[in-house]
Design a binder for this molecule. Structure first.
Ligand code: COA
Length: 173
C-alpha cells in the first residue's frame, strides 16, 4: 500500500481545517479546536521542543488524505499518550489507509517518546474507528457514557519496551 507519513506544514493545517468542516466527519469525531486561527496556534506550539503533541500528515498514492497525531504526551508519570486519526477523503474510507497509518505511527511514537502505552477514545457507534483500532492492535479497555453519548477507550502497549524492562529486571537480579 502506497502510504507515506510526512511532516506537517502550515499549508496542511489550513487544508485539514477546511476539509474537516464536513458534517459527517464532525458527527463521528469530537473536534476541540474551534477556529483556523486556534488550529494554527496549536500547530506552532506542537513544533516546540517540549510540546505535548506530535503529528504527521498521511499521503496515499501521492495525495494528502488525512492527519494522525498524538496528544497529552506524558513521559514522566503515566508514560502514555493519546492518539487520533482522521481521513478527510471520504471516498477512500474502508481501504485500510487509517489502519496502516496507525500501525506505522504507533511504532514511530513508541520509538520517539519514553512512553509505554497509547490510548484512543472513540464513540461506540463509530464502527470505522473501532475496526481500525482493533486491526492496528489496540484492545478495548472501557466503555463509558459522557454527555449521554456512549464511548469506548482503547489502548495499545509497547511490547518491545515491556520486553526490555523484563530483560533489565533479570539482569539486575
Ligand atoms: C475512522 C477513520 C479514520 C477510518 O479510516 P479508514 O481509512 O476508512 O480506516 P480503515 O479502512 O483502515 O478501516 C476502517 C474499517 O471500518 C469499516 N467501516 C465502517 N464504516 C465504514 C464506512 N462508512 N466507510 C468505510 N469503511 C467503514 C471498514 O470496512 C474497515 O473495517 P474492515 O477492514 O473490518 O472492513 C475514518 O473513517 C475517519 O476519518 N472518520 C472520521 C474521524 C474519526 O472518526 N476518527 C477516529 C478517531 S480515533
Amino acid at each position: 500500500m502506497d502510504i507515506i507519513l510526512k511532516t506537517r506544514t502550515k499549508d496542511h493545517v489550513m487544508i485539514f481545517w477546511e476539509r474537516t468542516q464536513d458534517e459527517e466527519i464532525r458527527r463521528l469525531f469530537p473536534f476541540s479546536i474551534e477556529s483556523l486561527e486556534e488550529a494554527l496556534i496549536l500547530f506552532e506550539e506542537s513544533l516546540k521542543e517540549d510540546a505535548l503533541s506530535y503529528g504527521k500528515v498521511i499521503y496515499f498514492e501521492g495525495r494528502y488524505v488525512g492527519d494522525i497525531w498524538c496528544y497529552g504526551i506524558d513521559e514522566s508519570n503515566e508514560k502514555m499518550s493519546m492518539l487520533s486519526v482522521v481521513i478527510f477523503e471520504k471516498d477512500l474510507w474502508g481501504k485500510g489507509i487509517a489502519t496502516e497509518a496507525t500501525k506505522v505511527f504507533a511504532k514511530e511514537v513508541f520509538n520517539k517518546f519514553d512512553i509505554e502505552k497509547i490510548g484512543a477514545f472513540t464513540y461506540s457507534n463509530n464502527y470505522g474507528s473501532i475496526s481500525l483500532l482493533e486491526k492496528a492492535g489496540f484492545i478495548k479497555v472501557d466503555t463509558f457514557v459522557e454527555n449521554g453519548i456512549e464511548s469506548e477507550y482503547f489502548e495499545i502497549r509497547n511490547n518491545n519496551k515491556v520486553g526490555s524492562i523484563r530483560n533489565n529486571h533479570t539482569v539486575a537480579r
